[in-house]
Write a protein that binds this ligand. Structure first.
Ligand SMILES: NC(=O)c1ccc[n+]([C@@H]2O[C@H](COP(=O)([O-])OP(=O)(O)OC[C@H]3O[C@@H](n4cnc5c(N)ncnc54)[C@H](O)[C@@H]3O)[C@@H](O)[C@H]2O)c1
Ligand SMILES: N[C@@H](CC=O)C(=O)O
Length: 494
């Protein structure tokens, strides 16, 4: 089937959006650059500066100085600036979405969804900035009163992945700004442009010019080695793979830096015999295909109880068949390209390996010919545990389905992974749904729905999926330091 053709007007608008971005916000005169390519066409769409570790240290110096002044502003002022930034992000949603689609590939409608999700973090932290940050308690044996305060921790290093280039940036930048920290942000080299636009909008909303420094670079290792060894960095917040997260944790341990790590996932999605079939199918399609499956909370292992399995696989395969693959700027496309050709090669290998071990290929399984990094929506049923796809984070539009006997079998398979980010349970029996959710070793559980992401919820995982939480009030505390005052009292207590 011919792929849907690109909307010329949208293409022109996205070209104009890309052309409007100031690529060198650090303005250090660096002449090295690198290429950013559109994953749908493989054409170069921007050449930002490839900053060195020394450049990054200049950025750190600026953010640190600006942070010291920002920390002295009132919470009301920081909140007002963030509220203004929210309004401007929404006003510029079309420009932001066009840039996201061009550099990351997701269909424009999903990119617009990411803009709203990302802006919601800014609004949320505009509100959280005003919440009480202290505490009061009496010494239990009398003689003193303990007052606690929470202040900004200091300059933060924020490192983000390519899959949600806007939301992963605002989920870190907004709480840092809300509590009074400066920040150096390093976006993924595959998708650095969105973060530059976000930084520009923040400045226009009243964030001091130097407070949030965006460092574009391909030299990630040298960047983090230099910054993590600098005593001005008091916080590191990283979203990305567990491998890189553990390197950063090693650097953080050496210099005792407070760390938040949002790392890889391997989410099980359990469908019990007593699930509502339509709800389970719909939830599984969303949990699998949101962001083209390139999400840390994507349903990685779909585990279905024997009694409902055939009907579920039938319904799920039919819904996956409705997916329209193509350039995210084309009308009607629901599945864009994946990020690069390494991802395409991985999916082809997963499918071949699973089929060679006895899995049943129900849909897709191939990469279409031509430009761009595309892979079909794919369904594999009866995937054995020995298959590579059953053990690894897929990060793409390939669904891996296996079957289980009973509750104990389902839970034990679900927990048989070093990761613990998200999981999903589908059952109309509320007792069972909660009992199973309690026994799943993950930081987040979707019950009868395929979405866990929400700005008001503490996003994060257990085990190799990371440390700390983002979003919600917990996400603010990640950028704060607690201090207490022990106030002597005359009375020894009553
Ligand atoms: N838990 C979450 O919230 C969450 C969210 C999104 C993605 N992820 C995970 O991220 C992974 C996919 O993203 P990715 O491929 O961009 O991950 P990645 O770890 O390769 O890259 C993430 C970021 O780290 C940078 N980086 C790479 N090496 C570095 C180093 N030595 N020092 C400092 N920074 C370095 C990259 O340039 C990028 O900015 C998946 O495992 C996914 O599950 C997790
Ligand atoms: N999907 C996550 C980010 C991880 O990929 C989210 O929704 O925030």
């Amino acid at each position: 089937m011919m792929p849907p053709s690109i909307d010329q007007q949208l293409l022109e608008r996205s070209e104009a959006a890309l052309a409007s971005v100031v690529l060198d916000r650090l303005d250090l005169g660096t002449t090295d650059t690198f290429e950013v390519r559109d994953p749908a066409t493989e054409r170069v769409i921007a050449t930002p500066p490839d900053h060195s570790a020394d450049d990054a240290l200049v950025a750190l110096d600026r953010a640190d100085r600006a942070g010291a002044a920002w920390a002295r502003t009132t919470a009301r002022h920081r909140s007002d600036v963030l509220h203004r930034a929210y309004g401007m992000l929404i006003e510029q949603r079309d420009r932001l979405a066009a840039v996201i689609t061009r550099e990351m590939g997701k269909p424009l409608a999903e990119a617009l969804g990411e803009v709203q999700y990302a802006a919601d973090y800014v609004r949320w932290y505009a509100e959280e900035a005003l919440r009480p940050a202290g505490g009061y308690r009496e010494n239990p044996v009398g003689g003193s009163t303990i007052l606690t305060t929470r202040g900004p921790i200091g300059t933060a290093l924020l490192i983000t992945p390519w899959n949600f280039p806007m939301a992963m940036a605002t989920r870190k930048i907004a709480p840092a700004i809300a509590v009074g920290c400066g920040a150096v942000v390093k976006p993924a080299a595959l998708t650095p442009i969105t973060t530059l636009v976000v930084a520009e909008i923040f400045v226009a909303a009243g964030v001091p010019e130097e407070l949030v420094q965006v460092v574009t670079t391909t030299r990630a290792g040298a960047f983090s080695e230099a910054l993590m060894a600098d005593p001005r960095v008091r916080k590191v917040s990283f979203t990305g793979s567990t491998g890189v997260g553990s390197v950063l944790l090693g650097q953080a341990a050496k210099h005792v830096i407070k760390s938040s790590m949002e790392l890889g996932g391997n989410a099980p999605l359990l469908v019990f015999d007593d699930a509502d079939l339509d709800r389970a199918v719909e939830g599984a399609v969303i949990a699998k295909l949101r962001n083209g499956g390139q999400s840390c909370v994507a349903a990685n292992r779909i585990l279905v109880q024997d009694g409902i399995a055939d009907a579920f696989v039938e319904g799920f395969t039919e819904r996956m068949r409705e997916t329209v693959l193509g350039n995210g700027l084309a009308e009607g496309v629901t599945l864009g390209p994946v990020i690069d050709d390494r991802a395409v090669a991985n999916f082809s290998r997963f499918v071949e390996d699973a089929v060679s071990r006895g899995a049943d290929l129900r849909l897709g399984g191939s990469a279409p010919e031509g430009d761009g990094h595309f892979f079909e929506a794919t369904v594999l049923d009866r995937v054995p545990e020995s298959a590579e796809i059953a053990q690894t984070e897929i990060f793409g539009p390939v669904a891996s389905i296996a079957r289980f006997r009973d509750e104990a079998d389902g839970i034990s398979r679900a927990n048989a992974t070093p990761f613990g980010l998200a999981s999903y349970v589908f059952s109309e029996n509320i007792d069972r749904a909660f009992d199973v959710a309690d026994r799943l070793d993950t930081g987040m559980v979707g019950i009868n729905q395929g979405i866990v992401s929400n700005v008001a919820a503490p996003f994060g995982g257990t085990k190799a999926s990371g440390l700390g939480r983002e979003g919600s009030s917990e996400g603010l505390e990640e950028y704060q330091e607690i201090r207490f005052y022990n106030l002597a009292r005359r009375s020894a207590g009553s």
